[in-house]
Design a protein around this ligand. Structure first.
Ligand SMILES: [Zn+2]
Length: 216
């Protein structure tokens, strides 16, 4: 028998996977009773999972309608998200250079190494999923090093990598960002605040230009 907490965990994961792989398409309704029957569980863990997915920005709850998968990012939302990243992440990379402890730099190095050396996933989609998570982790370690929890929380609240992953699900993705990360890391290692600012700005601009292809 699974414990209730592991049932909730597994229900969350199964619905999450269906949303991320677009088996539940953006905007589609997710009825609690139907999902509970399909997953052969009671409604309680489904409710819990949907509440958590709502906090993660992957589902929306509407009065009298219930839950549905969040709509795909619009081009405008995508642009706004990248403008926001450009406002805060280059400056955070600069701040990281000024405030960073040795431990924080070690965590950044570990996150970057994990991106390059992670085990080979079985297919394109899980490869990008792993890449997106590892990239989010690396960027978060830099925000931690910058030591401004308000900025860090504001970015985390956007769940950028989840939205980008869904957006890119049907398109080709590359890992050319690794070179950009290398430049960023070199600046952080040297505690060169201006170079870190420039490298982060350059990386986010290029990332935006690569992903904008999803709207063409
Ligand atoms: Zn990155």
């Amino acid at each position: 028998m699974l414990r209730p907490s592991s049932i909730a965990e597994s229900v969350h994961e199964r619905i999450y996977d269906r949303i991320m792989s677009l088996q539940i398409p953006p905007g589609a309704r997710i009825p609690i009773d139907g999902m509970a029957r399909e997953l052969n569980v009671s409604q309680t863990p489904v409710r819990e999972a949907l509440a958590r997915l709502e906090r993660e920005g992957l589902v929306r709850k509407a009065h009298l309608i219930g839950y549905s998968a969040s709509a795909q990012l619009t081009h405008k939302e995508f642009d706004d998200l990248y403008k926001f990243r450009l406002m805060v992440e280059p400056e955070s990379a600069r701040q990281a250079c000024l405030r960073m402890t040795e431990e924080a730099m070690a965590r950044i190095e570990a996150a970057a190494a994990d991106m390059e050396k992670g085990e080979q996933p079985v297919d394109r989609n899980s490869r990008y999923s792993r890449f997106a998570r590892a990239d989010a982790h690396l960027h978060d370690e830099i925000l931690k090093a910058a030591d401004n929890e308000i900025v860090r929380q504001a970015l985390n609240d956007q769940h950028i990598h989840l939205h980008i992953f869904r957006l890119m699900f049907h398109s080709r993705v590359t890992q050319e960002a690794l070179e950009e990360h290398e430049r960023l890391l070199a600046a952080l290692r040297a505690r060169d605040a201006d170079a870190a600012f420039e490298a982060m700005r350059d990386h986010i601009e290029r990332s935006r230009d690569r992903l904008a292809a999803a709207f063409e």
